[in-house]
Design a protein around this ligand. Structure first.
Ligand SMILES: [Fe+2]
Length: 139
């Protein structure tokens, strides 16, 4: 998957999370750009590390919000986050170990996973928050 273009269908309507997601998409696009450069592996490791760090930061903010708002599906949602975080760490390790040949598949996996997670799993949380806000505007 080459560069991801941000579109409205990725928007949750929660400005903090939308901003985080946009930044994640930017990092993924950087990863793809680095992949296309010659001698990309060291740089790829750096941007993967950036993706891992930012993903952890973003997931913990989202999980905190799920907890603060008593989101009923937060456990399953958090399990998806954990799986993704472990997968990035594994890719990073593979690159470090010199098994970086699958880099394009790796980038495709990360992009596909993230967009599916936003459209499917995060959107449900966005809908929950909007409904909650509508019924109890001061919570
Ligand atoms: Fe999420």
């Amino acid at each position: 998957m080459p560069c991801i273009e941000w579109t409205e269908k990725f928007e949750l309507g929660i400005s903090q999370l939308d901003e985080h997601h946009r930044h994640l998409v930017d990092i993924l696009n950087n990863i793809y750009d680095c992949y296309q450069d010659e001698n990309h592996e060291t740089v790829l490791e750096n941007v993967l590390e950036e993706l891992l760090k930012y993903t952890q930061y973003h997931f913990s903010a989202e999980e905190q919000l799920m907890q603060d708002t008593n989101y009923p599906a937060r456990r399953e949602h958090t399990m998806e986050h954990d799986m993704f975080t472990r997968q990035i760490a594994q890719f990073e390790q593979d690159l470090f170990d010199g098994k970086g040949l699958l880099a394009l598949e790796m980038i495709q996996f990360l992009g596909t996973w993230l967009l599916r997670h936003i459209i499917d799993v995060d959107k449900k949380f966005g809908i929950y928050l909007a409904a909650r806000e509508a019924s109890c505007p001061h919570q």
